[in-house]
Design a protein around this ligand. Structure first.
Ligand code: UD1
Length: 424
């Protein structure tokens, strides 16, 4: 298994190019099921989760072609032909690798009237049920049962628009329902919908395919069903979590770097929280410049967008571990998302857990250590800690990183980091 070796202490300086958003691309790929035409995505990141989703679509019969230009790290185009779909079963072997796999359920039901989809896997950061997805689809007329670890769903007469009120905000359920409703008869209203920028990106792509959607980005989305959707071309939005991650890495090393292509308007409360900690964030024409002098503790609570994203909680904790004073970090989205805490503690961080909150007392300096990556965002938090620490850090089990960060070691090394990947 590959490892990452870091000698910490060098401030990151230079430019880092931000790629297309993983969490958007995965859902956009599932939208190809809704059309008999060709959906082309540009600005697609080169990531393991993208390849897994491509395999999932291929297993349904969809022809998928990656057009990868020459040159390190140039974004790729992805061409998907929904017209070749000939199977509505999403097998356990693929879906277990990645929770976003359950996003084929709504499109399969809407377009083909039936689906058999394995219950999902993904990062081990809590129980992560899919009950809201299923209840919402039932309101649209689907008949659903669970059988041997699979969701078995049918809609013999197609789906019918309905009013769906989510009891709490779910990004995945909003996306599944929004896609399903595009081909339902009549109007669907999603109330208490997620407002994440990835929902807006998906709505834009669906609209380019001919869907009628209003209100994406607000808490009420209205979808008027249409007979069919056509093919389209759509550019994946820049990755706001990759942006926040590099911003925190630059700040943790007290560096000065520009994140090229970043869209600060999609970062929500993450920018305000970094600024409260003393990070200087400047909006520049081609992205965002990050600098940092003295860091001070600040309290952070994860919330649905536009609140502070759960996907940046671990990275922010690594950053605050080196701030002056104390910070309270509270996780409200997932119940088991503090797996990075014992590993950060092994690097000298002072963190006490109390239920869903972590009290972080800043230390003058972290020290390098051997650490173990446990999930995608926890892994990158250990990389940030390693970049800030004195001495050598080895991050083991980095396959998690490859699911969500493209050429992380290369991008950091280009800004002066002493980092290398060791094949194992
Ligand atoms: C969540 C994050 C998203 C992040 C992604 C990957 C939020 C609101 N969502 O999206 O920003 O990119 O993880 O880490 O921050 N839930 C249910 N039943 C369901 C669906 C969800 O109980 O049917 C619960 C989840 O367990 C969780 C909460 O609702 O506690 C939010 O889940 P949801 O937004 O659906 O998760 P993801 O779509 O994975």
């Amino acid at each position: 298994m590959d490892k990452i070796r870091i000698i910490g202490g060098t401030p990151l300086k230079g430019n880092i190019r931000i790629g297309g958003a993983k969490n958007s691309a995965l859902k956009l790929m599932c939208a190809s099921i809704l059309t008999d035409g060709v959906l082309t995505l540009t600005n697609v990141p080169r990531l393991a989760d993208i390849r897994t989703t491509a395999q999932l679509l291929e297993s349904l019969g969809i022809e998928v072609a990656f057009e990868t230009p020459d040159g390190d790290g140039a974004p790729q185009r992805l061409v998907m032909n929904g017209g070749t779909l000939n199977n509505t079963v999403a097998e356990y072997d693929i879906v277990r690798k990645m929770r976003a796999g359950v996003l084929v359920l709504g499109p399969l039901l809407a377009k083909h009237g039936k689906a058999r989809v394995s219950l999902p896997g993904g990062c081990a950061i809590g129980t992560r049920p899919v009950d809201l997805h299923l209840k919402g689809l039932q309101l649209l007329g689907a008949e659903i049962e669970l059988d041997g670890g699979y969701i078995v769903a049918v809609a013999p007469n197609g789906l019918t628009g309905a009013e769906v009120t989510f009891p709490f905000v779910s990004v995945g359920a909003t996306e599944n329902l929004m896609m399903a409703a595009t081909l339902a008869k009549g109007t669907t209203r999603l109330i208490n919908a997620a407002r994440e920028p990835e929902i807006v990106d998906l709505a834009e792509c669906l609209k380019a395919m001919g869907a009628r959607i209003q209100g994406a980005g607000s808490d009420t989305i209205e979808i008027q069903g249409v007979e069919s959707l056509n093919g389209a071309e759509h550019a994946v939005m820049p990755d706001r979590i990759e942006t926040g991650t590099y911003a925190m890495a630059v700040a943790a090393t007290r560096g000065d770097a520009t994140l090229i292509g970043a869209r600060p308007d999609t970062l929500g409360a993450a920018i305000a929280s970094m600024e409260a900690a003393g990070v200087i964030v400047d909006r520049v024409p081609d992205g965002m410049r990050i600098r940092c002098g003295a860091l001070v503790g600040t309290d952070v609570m994860t919330e649905p967008y536009p609140g502070f994203p759960t996907d940046l909680q671990a990275q922010m904790m690594a950053l605050l571990s080196t701030a002056q004073g104390a910070s309270m970090v509270t996780e409200t989205i997932f119940e088991n998302r503090f797996m990075h805490v014992p590993e950060l503690s092994r690097m000298g961080a002072s963190i006490n857990l109390h239920g869903r909150s972590a009290m972080v007392r800043g230390v003058h300096r972290l020290t390098g250590a051997q650490v173990m990556a446990t999930d995608l965002r926890a892994s990158v938090a250990l990389v940030i800690a390693g970049l800030a620490a004195q001495g050598e850090t080895i991050v083991n089990r980095i396959y998690h990183l490859d699911r969500g960060y493209e050429r992380l070691d290369v991008k950091l090394a280009a800004c002066g980091a002493q980092i290398e990947r060791i094949a194992g």
